[in-house]
Design a protein around this ligand. Structure first.
Ligand code: ADP
Ligand code: MG
Length: 573
């Protein structure tokens, strides 16, 4: 370690390589103190610490650039987590979720950062458990004074804060063992509950005692002093979970379910909880036992969105322009056509459960009552309302719908069950609704089938495969090179890391040939899912050094569908 004296501030001669150990790193940082910032580059590569290795993967060029990136590997023996905590992929995801949150708390006041996520436990690149080895990916904002290296602060971050966080956050013997175990068990229970839904012919389950409302639109933590959920007696059912044992709550069966009730009584809150029932929530969230089928998709109106060669003919026919609505494209969809396209796309992608809320739906796509049918002849109305398609959609395609509809009673004619929210309490009012529905409204049905839709074959040239820059703007938008994809209306996205994951996955689907110009959208998504099952986060990308999470197929499809450069090459009937 003779290079200590070789402190050539800003000079040309490189520092001779240090021994690549923790001490070597410390010495090198000390020797670089005051040198020009660019010399941080010499830290790239592996450093062997006591019990873990640090790999510096990407060094920022200047103090104002995005943080540098590194990876820590704590081998299984040193980490010491009992194998039952990572014995299956779900438990391993739970363990990673617990650890990354522990490390995040430890690093709060340091220059190191880790993407821990919030209420949902996603499969994310920032922490992975591989056969008991803990792999953690961090950002480090390399400290500078002006354009020179602040070696002292760098030493604090890399030689003290980092080893402390690893020692206290990523090892079983220092961990809050009970908390970690409860976290992993809880995630496994949520997942097990969700997996049991299809065999019980349910689309969703909301446990007694669940807390549904959130603190605010920007704070996803549970509302304090909320009224806990309690199932109507008639819908109460029980599940056996691997860790908690038996739980009870409301089962929402397949078919058509309406949520009614006065304004401000908690309808949308229930629906939103169902929307997020595709995720496993952290213990204490209140939604640990609120689940829906994994293929549940929320749809809404989204005027202005792009639609690319979608078969919206079940909903839209004979437009005044004479457009062929089985091959419908627009750069600027209306409320109703955007929602029609989103429903068709969800079905195309393989969803078996749709969620809709009157608050965000296009009225003219949802309903057309008797008087309006009387006044406007069917020949001059291109739209067939969802009201007349919702039943055939289930009968023929087995796609269930749960929708909030407080403003129109017409849906009582087609509903299998009606839930009412009254002061945040849930009641079943199916019988009363049936009674009312026996009095005819005078309206006549406008459709008796939901025809098969055409499957689109996307062209791989839709996506720039030359590794375009992938960036997320919160959960609102994805930037792929020069193109921006609006995702604000894709409401089941909860984390910017998912948006990055979508961008990377799109590029990699095109690069790897999953998206090959022969597979349909659904086949591409099937192939993607199979890759994710096999390779986890690496199926999304295995070179990217930033943070991302594995996206769900439906959000991947939603982004593809909104991509303004999407080209659909062919159809398969
Ligand atoms: P609706 O869709 O019926 O008009 P919302 O679901 O938007 O009503 O709820 C209205 C308000 O009530 C929201 O501010 C929400 O946070 C609050 N809220 C919903 N459910 C509960 C509950 N279980 N306990 C306490 N407050 C709730
Ligand atoms: Mg509402």
């Amino acid at each position: 370690m003779a290079q200590r004296t070789n402190n050539n501030r800003g000079g040309r001669a490189p520092t001779p390589p240090a021994k690549r150990t923790a001490e070597g790193l410390r010495d090198q940082l000390r020797s670089m103190h005051g040198a020009s910032y660019g010399r941080y580059k010499s830290l790239s590569g592996n450093w062997a610490f006591d019990g873990f290795t640090l790999e510096v993967q990407k060094v920022q060029p200047d103090p104002y650039a995005p943080a540098s990136r590194c990876e820590v590997r704590v081998d299984a023996e040193h980490a010491g987590f009992p194998s039952d905590l990572w014995s299956n992929p779900v438990r391993a995801r739970g363990l990673a979720g617990a650890l990354v949150r522990a490390v995040h708390r430890r690093l709060r006041d340091s220059r190191l950062s880790v993407d821990a996520g919030r209420q949902q436990v996603l499969d994310r690149s920032s922490c992975q458990i591989v056969d008991g080895t803990v792999v953690l990916r961090l950002g480090i904002d390399m400290p500078g004074r002006g354009r020179s290296i602040d070696g002292k602060q760098a030493e604090q971050a890399l030689c003290r804060d980092l080893p402390d966080a690893v020692e206290q956050g990523l090892r079983w013997h220092t961990a809050d063992q009970q908390r970690v175990r409860e976290f992993v068990d809880s995630i496994e229970d949520t997942d097990a509950l969700r997996r049991q839904l299809p065999e019980r012919n349910l689309v969703a389950f909301v446990a007694d005692g669940a807390i549904l409302p959130r603190r605010s639109g920007i704070d996803d933590r549970p509302l304090q002093q909320a009224v806990p959920f309690s199932s109507p007696e008639s819908l109460r059912t029980e599940f056996d979970l691997p860790n908690r044992g038996r739980v009870s709550g409301m089962g929402i069966a397949e078919g058509i379910s309406l949520i009614v009730g006065g304004g401000f009584h908690g309808k949308s809150t229930l629906l939103r909880a169902l929307e997020h029932g595709i995720y496993d929530h952290v213990p204490g969230d209140g939604r640990e036992l609120v689940v829906c089928r994994e293929d549940t998709v929320k749809v809404r109106a989204e005027d202005g969105r792009r639609v690319n060669r979608v078969d919206v003919s079940p909903f839209v026919s004979h437009l005044p322009t004479g457009t062929d609505t089985s091959d419908f494209s627009t750069d600027n969809a209306s409320g109703s056509t955007s929602q029609a396209a989103s429903i068709v796309e969800a079905v195309e992608a393989g969803s078996k459960a749709l969620l809709l809320d009157e608050d965000t739906a296009a009225t003219n796509l949802m309903i057309r009552d008797a008087r309006m049918q009387e006044l406007v002849a069917k020949d001059s109305e291109p739209l067939t309302p969802f009201l007349d398609l919702i039943r055939p959609l289930y009968d023929r395609h087995r796609v269930s719908t749960v929708m909030v509809m407080g403003g129109s009673g017409d849906y009582m004619d087609v509903a299998d069950r009606v839930l009412m929210l009254d002061s945040y309490r849930c009641y079943e009012v199916t019988d009363r609704a049936r009674g009312l529905a026996s009095t005819p409204t005078g309206r006549h049905r406008e459709a008796d089938t939901f025809p098969d839709i055409r499957s689109r074959v996307p062209d791989p040239r839709s996506i720039d495969t030359d590794r375009p820059k992938v960036r997320s703007r919160g959960t609102d938008a994805l930037t792929l090179g020069q193109t921006t994809v609006e995702l604000r209306a894709v409401e089941q996205l909860v984390d910017p890391a998912q948006v990055t994951g979508i961008g990377l996955a799109l590029v990699n689907c095109a690069r790897s040939g999953l998206l090959d110009g022969r597979r349909t959208v659904r086949e591409v998504l099937d192939a993607f899912d199979a890759e994710v099952t096999k390779r986890g986060v690496h199926a999304v990308d295995d070179r990217y050094v930033g943070d991302f999470a594995v996206p769900r197929r439906f959000e991947l499809a939603a982004a593809l569908n909104r991509l303004r450069t999407l080209r659909v090459g062919a159809f398969r009937e």
